[in-house]
Write a new protein. Sequence first.
Length: 244
Amino acid sequence: MVDKAIKPSQVRKAIDALLTFIGKQNDASTNLLEEEDFIYLVIALKKVPETRRKDKPIPLPLPNPIYNVQDTEICLFVKDHKGEGHAESKSKVKAEKIPGIAKVLGVSKLKSKYESHEKKRQLCNSYDLFLADDRILPSLPKLIGKTFFKKKKQPIPVKLSGKDWAKEVRKACNCTFMHLTGSSMTIRVAKASQTPDECVENVVDVITKASGKIPGSFKEIKSLYLKSVDSVALPIYQSDASSS
């Protein structure tokens, strides 16, 4: 059903328009420290889905990953108790030369050192990607604040109970993530530095995989849009009103 409903030509038109918009924005900007520009897929559903757990994002592997672990600055949130465990995690990352991890931050230090809104904002802006031990994920929303959610930088869960942390980090970098909450979802699907063909391939692939994770599948999708952080949302699909 997805193959018939989604027209790659329509997706390509939207991608070309967004890349042109982002390019003009960057040309006009005087900020030399620009962050990477991303393209997002917005999924509007016909009704709020019933899900058991809403804090755990759903991984969607990408044909053309957004992040390259070799040149991505990653902050890793780890489980600790009054500082215990934090040093051990830092030692493991250093000893095994796990790529991408620029900082290891324990929950206790996150609570004490990043209490103010400004400190949380600075932390959010300091790294490209945030990963977290999946055992501490439920406690993080209150600790990191709204800035992370506004910037779509919610920590991604990784399994650190096993031995191969590097494998978990690579797996996270090769995916994008869907938060199945509410009647509208926004998923990061591409970056402006990728080619238009790579962007289109990612968009179509994510729509297929995401619809398979939604209760009721693709028929529960009302509409689909593509947008950048600052652009208007460009429609690429609208369901037939008679089928809703």
